[in-house]
Design a protein around this ligand. Structure first.
Ligand code: 5GP
Length: 193
């Protein structure tokens, strides 16, 4: 039998939707699912580790890599660059491993244009009011930054229609169950197994 190719799972969500926690719990609890570690020019937040949460690099280094076509996709979000390193992901997919990308809407739409076999999942916060509360409680942004993140969030939510699945993160455990169910179903799809 021919070895199957891995599936690219893409998750997008407005900041403050609980996406980071969901993705971490997902890769912990689903077999053979690897999270891609993005490169970014933004500064690490307290508690974030280089090489674990992101690979933190300077802007000139990012632009150099972008010119060398080292990213599968990249985007500028909130004034900083974010990119998905290409080589490792293509290697993982080729050897049959499933890869999870946690990227913004612009990046997800770039991957759509590449026509790769991918599954698109969008996480919605229960409400804009709840999202605002989460961003305030996170205490990592100024009042102005929170306002701007909320404006970006509203635009991103409009794009959720372009995703294959929408999951409301009302309760972490049930959102996780939904994500796991989608992954299992996609792995069993005719033509893939
Ligand atoms: P944050 O700074 O809050 O960690 O991330 C900001 C946004 O950038 C989030 O929507 C996050 O998913 C997205 N992001 C993280 N890594 C990448 C990436 O490699 N490519 C793209 N396009 N977006 C990314």
């Amino acid at each position: 039998m021919m070895k199957k190719r891995g599936i690219l799972f893409i998750i997008s969500a407005p900041s403050g939707s609980g996406k980071t926690t969901l993705c971490a719990r997902l890769v912990e609890s689903v077999d053979s699912l690897y999270r891609s570690i993005s490169m970014t020019t933004r500064a690490p937040r307290p508690g974030e580790k280089d090489g674990m949460d992101y690979i933190f690099i300077e802007k000139p280094e990012f632009i150099k890599r972008q010119k060398k076509n080292e990213f599968l996709e990249w985007a500028k979000f909130f004034g900083e660059y974010y990119g998905t390193p290409k080589k490792h992901i293509l290697h993982m997919l080729k050897r049959g491993s499933d890869v999870l990308l946690s990227i913004d809407v612009q990046g997800a739409m770039k991957i759509k244009r590449l026509k790769l076999d991918a599954v698109y999942m969008f996480i919605l916060p229960p409400s804009i009011a709840m999202l605002k509360e989460r961003l305030i409680n996170r205490s990592t942004d100024s009042k102005e930054a929170i306002c701007e993140r909320l404006n970006i969030a509203k635009k991103e939510i409009l794009c959720s229609q372009k995703y294959d699945y929408v999951i409301i993160n009302n309760r972490l455990e049930s959102a996780l169950d939904n994500l796991r169910a989608i992954i299992i179903a996609e792995r069993c799809k005719t033509g893939r197994s």
